[in-house]
Ligand binder design. Sequence first.
Ligand code: ZN
Length: 383
Amino acid sequence: MVQYNYPTTILLGTGALAEFAKRLKDKKHKKILIVTDAMIEKVGIVQKVADALSSLNIEYDVFSDIHPNPLEEDVEKGVIAYRAGACDSIIGLGGGSPIDVAKVIKVMVANPPPLSRYDDCQGGDRFITGPMPPLYAIPTTSGTGSEVGRSGVIIVRDTGRKTIIFHPELLPSIAVLEPKLTAGMPPFLTAATGMDAFVHCLEAYFVNMFHPMADGIALQGMELILKWLPAACKNGKDLEAREKMQIASSMGAVAFQKGLGMVHSMAHPLSSLYNMHHGLANAILLPDSMAFIERAKLTKEQKAKIKKVNSLFAECGIDRGSLSENCRAFVKKVGIKTGLVKYDVPESDAAKIGKEAVLDPCHASNIIPVKEKDFLTVLKKAM
Ligand SMILES: [Zn+2]
């Protein structure tokens, strides 16, 4: 017996924001807390959303005091803002971080501290019992897919580790994918977030589990990303490319309910130790991780999966003979320079990162088992 979970209402395309405001009006919330970050505010995206709400006399407060890799204190400040404004609902607006913070604020306005109590790895979801307010998500990047996910990731104070807070009700009730809100993303961020979405699809597809629905979505997601990410990087105003990347990003997150893999287990410590962008870390680690997998003794089914993904690359004109080399070519095509040392990760830290990677839960569902020494091998190559 298995349980398959499929998402939330998704509004996709030009006009999605206006449609969302209309639906929100019908909900008759007293006041909504918009959780975002300073950058989203600065580039005028908060204003666009605020205008859409104001045009229908919907009341809101804005909370934007959060870090790129969100911390427990960001959630605490958000809870204070929610209570101070007497809010009764939440919008997560921004990249993965504001949406993750919005989700965890939703938990913490209805459940007692400390946050570490709700760590999913410790079965913390069973303590999330309080009645939580409604949550909506408006992503402004196309990568994490947090808008269709049921978890938020926060760096917890006690451990300094990225910690997953999970609950089925953390799934936003409406995800708003309005292409113009992602049009201002610079090429580097477009590429890094897009590669995160790609790795979600790829690692989910590789998980050894019978889940044809997620596999179909993962394959379709990879196909969209291979076709449209280079276009979105080249011309950010290409709204068709933006729209395709938005839905592909949501698809990646739908697919990864199957699980992820070793790339994410190494990417997580790179963010918590060196504040590295999550998608960038995934992109850099992808080719050497795939080389590790390709060197292993694989089953017929596992080899067939690699062949299938390679065929998607070939359709987009990338045909380098191995999955690792195809990934390397694609990372280069979207303008990401590989080599961790280029991003101030000391070569001598490989062992330390490897130790943290083993502790990360994502590799439990990797296509083949990974040990600490394997992480070390891949990390040394990726330096
Ligand atoms: Zn990711």
